[in-house]
Ligand binder design. Structure first.
Ligand SMILES: [Cu+2]
Length: 141
């Protein structure tokens, strides 16, 4: 939407040779920004091979168990194939009880990779805070 404004500025400045290189830089920046915006809209993050990957589809997670190594930073990936927003929160008790150990804000129709932990050894519980029936157990071993 800002492209038409930017183009007119570049066209005007390009008539002065001293402004030519600055216009070129502006153009490159605009192209980079446009590329970055497009990349942000396309869910294609990368994550470590040992990441814990959870897929949400039709208001269900594809697993009811998450395994993490104790005292070790991990990566949790949510592949949300639903248009509905989901997140994952980890608590020391089921539902919304107990201490909150981890959470990220809900996302819809995208994939995100989030750092988790290190978590202490134990058994915990995870759920989507929007759809609490999407839940399971977290084993940190
Ligand atoms: Cu949800």
């Amino acid at each position: 939407m800002t492209r038409s404004t930017g183009t007119s500025v570049i066209g005007r400045e390009s008539t002065k040779s001293s402004m030519g290189s600055r216009s070129m830089v502006l153009l490159v920046v605009m192209v980079l920004l446009a590329t970055a915006c497009r990349a942000a809209a396309t869910p294609a993050p990368s994550w470590p091979s040992d990441a814990i990957v959870v897929t949400a589809r039709n208001l269900r997670f594809d697993t009811t168990q998450l395994l993490f190594k104790a005292d070790t930073p991990s990566t949790l990936v949510l592949v949300n194939e639903d248009g509905d927003a989901h997140n994952i929160a980890i608590r020391t008790r089921s539902g919304f009880e107990g201490d909150l150990l981890f959470r990220f804000d809900p996302v819809a129709a995208t994939t995100i990779a989030v750092p988790v932990g290190p978590l202490p050894k134990g058994t915990y519980f995870f759920l989507c805070e929007i759809h609490p029936s999407m839940s399971g157990t977290v084993f940190v071993y």
